[in-house]
Write a protein that binds this ligand. Structure first.
Ligand code: AHG
Ligand code: MN
Ligand code: MN
Ligand code: MN
Length: 328
């Protein structure tokens, strides 16, 4: 089986990008180790701090953020980073070629119940911005998802897995517990165009927009409804887990617009959740939209910007979009 390093060579990924991906992968091995030790390492539970989104930070949110930040600072290829757990962008190295956006611990509400969590990352080119020479600003990060050079996630599940795209399909690697190497276990992840499985937090139903209310109601009608087939539902409460299932066996995942808190109509973050996942999903043959706009085409305005997300099996995403008045 190919190692991650061998795979990057076989894909002719350039040396500096390969180095950066290997650094992220190595850090995820250390995160996997910390997650596995759980209560034994004293890493569970919450802190008294809040992040920029107003979420109480778990100890592991901060530990994993610091692990990634330290590794990226030592790497030498990184110009700057943006993280869910950092209020502002962090300047790393004047000579770095890349910007890294990451969600160090996705699904952090799962950590204290020993359930699925992961890490999500997106790599952008460090373009020369309008700022004075040598100054890194948030503006440098505000590139559409189409500019991503690579994206991926690591899932700390029963086995630790890395799903990666460098724009040449999606490859899945499994961490060998004894050799500590990521080995290629699926060379071409592919999302089936049709599905009978959906993922949504149903407890928000009354807060959704009318098109999503009607779409989900029709799925629930099963064979007697307009969709004329039965649907099953799954919700892991960690986007990494739900998207991994979609990449593995198809499905539609959505965290739609809601009016529960009018100041926060969306939950998921564009730069380090929606964009990397949309890149992976498109590379595996699926689709990713807000309901009105293709996620990868959004021009970001803020590093912590939130968006509605509807992604997965292409025909099912199209079906959902048709309820939003968009015909494909
Ligand atoms: P994070 O733990 O990084 O803040 O992200 C949590 C996100 C996402 O992973 C998941 O799909 C969603 O929040 C779960 O939301 P609910 O609590 O509404 O289920
Ligand atoms: Mn969070
Ligand atoms: Mn997250
Ligand atoms: Mn997170």
């Amino acid at each position: 089986m190919q190692t991650l390093a061998q795979h990057l060579t076989s894909q002719a990924v350039n040396d500096s990008l390969s180095q950066l991906i290997l650094t992220l992968a190595d850090t995820s091995k250390a995160i996997s180790h910390a997650v596995r030790h759980g209560a034994l390492a004293g890493v569970l539970g919450a802190t008294e701090q809040e992040n920029v989104q107003g979420e109480t930070q778990k100890k592991l949110d901060i530990i994993t953020n610091d692990m990634l930040k330290d590794a990226l600072k030592a790497d030498g290829t990184v110009r700057g980073l943006a993280s869910e757990e950092e209020d502002h962008v962090v300047e790393v190295s004047q000579n770095g070629q890349y910007l890294v956006c990451f969600d160090p611990l996705d699904g952090s509400s799962n950590i204290d119940i020993n359930s699925l969590v992961g890490t999500i990352f997106s790599i952008l080119p460090a373009t020369k911005g309008p700022a004075p020479a040598g100054v890194l600003t948030e503006t440098s990060f505000l590139q559409s998802g189409r500019a991503q050079l690579a994206a991926g996630y690591v899932l700390y599940g029963p086995s630790t897995m890395l799903a990666l795209t460098t724009g040449q399909g999606v490859q899945l690697f499994t961490l060998h517990p004894e050799t500590n190497e990521f080995l290629l276990t699926n060379a071409a992840m592919s999302i089936s165009p049709d599905t009978q499985e959906f993922a949504i937090n149903m407890s928000n139903q009354r807060f959704w927009e009318a098109p999503m209310q009607t779409y989900i109601a029709d799925l629930l009608l099963g064979k007697i409804g307009p969709r004329e087939k039965s649907f099953n539902m799954r919700w892991i409460a960690a986007m990494v887990g739900d998207v991994h299932r979609v990449l593995s066996r198809g499905g539609i995942f959505t965290y739609p617009t809601d009016n529960k808190d009018p100041k926060k109509p969306y939950k998921l973050r564009l730069m380090y959740e929606a964009n990397p996942m949309a890149f992976l999903v498109e590379q595996a043959g699926g689709k990713a939209s807000t309901g009105y706009e293709t996620i990868l085409d959004i021009q970001p305005t803020h590093i912590h910007q939130r968006v509605a997300v509807i992604l997965g099996s292409s025909n099912e995403v199209d079906a959902c979009l048709s309820y939003h008045g968009i015909d494909y």
